[in-house]
Design a protein. Structure first.
Length: 165
């Protein structure tokens, strides 16, 4: 049974020292030589709290969650509360930055870009593969190689200009 001061017990519980003083005055928490027995005090508080009115602070809830995750002795690769909170805040900041960049148009969804690139490639491919069908009769009738070259060049230029629009 390790006894601690009221101030230390208040810090451990995430409450104000005045709250612990109030509990002592009301006889809920008993002092031993002016000190608090933490185990006994926690049990006494839990026994006397009205569940309908008790809402632990977010910081207290986070501490309790970390204690549940962290094995006894604080070992096993678990992080402490401050590190976990820092990691959470850094993660939130990164999400906020991504959200801002996406809304401002600086960032777009990679899947959408891939799909659009695929569609554009498909259109280019289809247009280029349609050229032989359109020109086969005209080219077959030509005897001059320069004229064939000119017809192919004009058709390719026409298709590429259409794709640019």
């Amino acid at each position: 049974m390790k006894l601690i001061s009221q101030a230390e017990f208040a810090r451990q519980q995430g409450v104000n020292r005045s709250y612990i003083t109030k509990l002592v005055k009301n006889g809920i928490v008993k002092l031993v030589d002016g000190k608090v027995n933490p185990e006994q005090a926690v049990q006494a508080i839990e026994d006397n709290i009205d569940p309908a009115q008790h809402r632990p602070s977010k910081e207290r809830q986070a501490k309790q969650a970390m204690q549940e995750i962290m094995p006894a002795g604080g070992q096993g690769g678990a992080v402490d509360f401050v590190t976990a909170r820092t990691m959470r805040e850094a993660f939130r900041a990164k999400l906020a930055k991504l959200d801002f960049e996406e809304r401002s148009g600086q960032l777009t969804d990679a899947t959408k870009v891939k799909n659009d690139a695929f569609k554009a490639g498909r259109i280019v491919r289809d247009e280029l593969l349609a050229i032989p069908d359109r020109l086969c009769d005209v080219l077959a009738a030509e005897e001059d190689a320069a004229a064939v070259r000119k017809l192919l060049f004009e058709e390719l230029e026409l298709v590429l200009n259409r794709l640019c629009k």
